[in-house]
Design a protein around this ligand. Structure first.
Ligand SMILES: Nc1ncnc2c1ncn2[C@@H]1O[C@H](COP(=O)(O)OP(=O)(O)OP(=O)(O)O)[C@@H](O)[C@H]1O
Ligand SMILES: [Mg+2]
Length: 442
């Protein structure tokens, strides 16, 4: 999928949108949850340190003494990560049963109001709470409570893990639905591209079907453009043929008059008249044939099946050139990217020539390769001299053997083939024998 395509652009936009959205949700959820869990933790620890203070009294020697264990059982379990410590400098230290090793820095508690910070505990970094309480006749009591930071981290990372999995699934679901929306939204474009393809292939004359409003406007403009184009071409054809027809009668009169002059012996002027009017007639015939051919279909890619176009032509050729054999070799599904009438026009010209000049046989072969389609028409006649290879395609060019006609066939054939981006050329015939004419289509 290219970035230049609409689909690619939409997909990239959705990808960015989902990534930014889901990333934002992930980040703010983790922040919110962490803040929430931390404040709950801190509240709980504050309650515990207050309870510790409330349960502590001094014995007769001024040493701290706990009336009963703290209500939370985790302070009794060895190295549980929950510890407390009461210190009265010079009078001794009391520790929770959980603190089987190590000691907390009692100096963390240095103010009557409760303070907290992160410090080193017996089992790693810990959140420590503490305060001091004045005691009669001596130094104050330092109350310290610590909880391993890892407990807090564990809760937060478990939440983060789960959240990540869920959000990743949500992102996938959003991307999938985005793709479905793009496919649905762009369907009219696929429909339009199929319609234009049908137009190019000559299967349709207009773009039909219903389209969303935004595209409908373009489609109706396009249809109007196509109609207008067809109208202009049609008008051109009509005008060209009526011009040709209107010239025919005066031309016939001139020719007639020239022949009469010739009979009266005024041969020089008559020859000029005859020659020039013959040339005019050929030009008219050539251009009329061009107008008749599918000039308006140029740029489209219709398909003509050889199996349908060739047989009727061969029948006609066998009748026109009795004694000549016409042999065709092509697969049953051979097609050429041309209008059937145009292909017929080209083939009838080439076959007629081959039939005229062949000694006995005309071969028609079809080949389809990487560079395009090639239709070969070969005969076993005298062939064409290399210096005439281009000249024979000129309007009115005929050979000197007196066999020629009006010299239009090859010119018309080439012009039609070129309308389709192809050509008619003289190919290299098999050694020393006949002519080989090739119709090439891209
Ligand atoms: N297969 C061929 N073998 C030999 N010469 C050929 C062959 N095809 C064409 N030519 C030569 O090329 C000339 C031009 O051919 P083209 O088909 O254009 O005109 P034409 O056959 O003379 O007249 P028409 O307009 O009736 O077709 C021919 O007069 C002939 O001299
Ligand atoms: Mg000819």
């Amino acid at each position: 999928m290219r970035l230049g395509s609409l689909r690619g652009r939409f997909l990239l936009a959705i990808l960015l949108w989902v990534m930014v959205g889901i990333g934002g949700i992930w980040y703010s959820s983790v922040r919110l949850f962490t803040g929430h869990v931390e404040s709950q933790y801190h509240e709980e620890l504050e309650v515990h340190v207050r309870e510790l203070g409330g349960l502590t009294s001094l014995d007769a020697q001024g040493r701290p003494h706990l009336a009963r264990p703290l209500s939370d059982p985790r302070y009794a379990e060895p190295l549980s990560g929950f510890y407390w410590q009461i210190t009265r400098p010079g009078f001794g230290t009391l520790k929770s049963p959980s603190m089987t090793r190590g000691e907390l820095d009692y100096d963390i508690a240095h103010s009557p109001s409760i303070l907290h910070r992160v410090a080193n505990g017996p089992t790693g970094p810990a959140i420590v709470y503490g305060f001091i309480r004045e005691a009669p006749g001596g130094p104050p009591l330092h109350f310290v409570i610590a909880t391993d930071e890892r407990h807090l981290q564990r809760i937060i990372s478990a939440f983060t893990r789960e959240l990540t999995v869920w959000l990743a699934l949500l992102a996938l679901a959003l991307l999938a639905s985005g793709l479905a929306i793009i496919t649905f939204g762009l369907r009219p474009f696929n429909q339009l591209s199929r319609a234009i393809d049908a137009l190019r292939k000559g299967e349709r004359r207009r773009i039909d079907g219903r389209y969303p409003d935004e595209i409908e406007a373009v489609v109706s403009d396009l249809n109007a453009y196509i109609d207008r184009n067809a109208e202009i071409v049609e008008r051109g054809r009509v005008e060209a043929s009526s011009l040709a027809h209107s010239l025919r009668t005066p031309l016939a009169v001139i020719t007639d008059e020239a022949e009469r002059l010739l009979e009266r012996g005024q041969s020089d002027a008559a020859k000029v008249f005859l020659d020039q009017s013959g040339r005019m007639q050929r030009q008219i015939d050539y251009h009329l044939a061009r107008v008749r051919s599918g000039g308006s279909k140029a740029g489209m890619r219709p398909q003509a099946r050889l199996a349908e176009v060739l047989p009727p032509l061969l029948d006609a050729m066998r009748r026109c050139h009795p004694g000549k054999r016409f042999v065709a070799a092509h697969s049953a599904d051979a097609t050429l990217a041309m209008d059937e009438d145009d292909l017929s026009e080209i083939l009838s010209n080439l076959l007629d020539n081959a039939g005229k000049w062949a000694a006995s046989e005309v071969r028609i072969t079809f080949a389809q390769g990487g560079s395009g389609e090639r239709l070969l028409i070969e005969d076993d006649g005298p062939g064409l001299a290399p210096e005439n290879h281009e000249a024979v395609f000129g309007v009115g060019h005929t050979g000197s053997d007196g066999n020629g006609g009006s010299g239009l066939g090859l010119a018309i054939s080439r012009a039609i083939a070129r309308d389709y981006g192809g050509d008619v050329q003289i190919g290299s015939a098999a050694a020393g024998s006949g002519a080989c004419l090739v119709l090439l289509l891209p």
